[in-house]
Design a protein around this ligand. Sequence first.
Ligand code: FE
Length: 205
Amino acid sequence: MRRWKCKVCGYIHDGESPPDICPVCGAPKEMFIEITDEQPAPGKTADVAKPGARKEETPDVKANWMFKQISKHHLHPISVHIPNGVLPVSIIFLILAALFQKSIFSTVAHYNLVFVVLSMPMVLFSGFIDWKLRYKGIMTFPFKIKIGCGIVVTLASLLLTVWLFIDPQVAVASPLQIPFLIVCLVLLAAAGLAGFFGGKLVFND
Ligand code: FE
């Protein structure tokens, strides 16, 4: 059985030929190299990384020392877990505010949403650095989804935060309660989708 490795994400494929598209990162089959034995093929060392290992930068990436440190020390997964952890709490409290018509639940959610908004610039910045350095800036389906979801999460969390400042009762009792809660669910779905594809890339499955 021949083995192939994706040069972008490190995914391993067993078969006579590489897959048309990498099931993890969406890279085309041209990005696969054959693994002939335990050792990488001569001249291919820089392109082959163990799953989960740090990828080598492409020569055209002019990353300075700070960018390399951000990627090396996993700032993106660290920072992204702030909104991914706090967001569901916010949305749960907003739904509770609507169900039980309790302003205190909405207030709790509002404070949490402020933390989400404050964390997003670092999430987006570190994600961009990781994408350029680890994944060679390849613009395939998983990365389009992640970038799109990152933008949706940023804008939606900002919208909800400002909305709650303008109308603190919007989740509790308001003609705009349903549209407000729909934005909440869109926000939650976007964060979940970004996390799903992030997990696929990190764990190579
Ligand atoms: Fe891949």
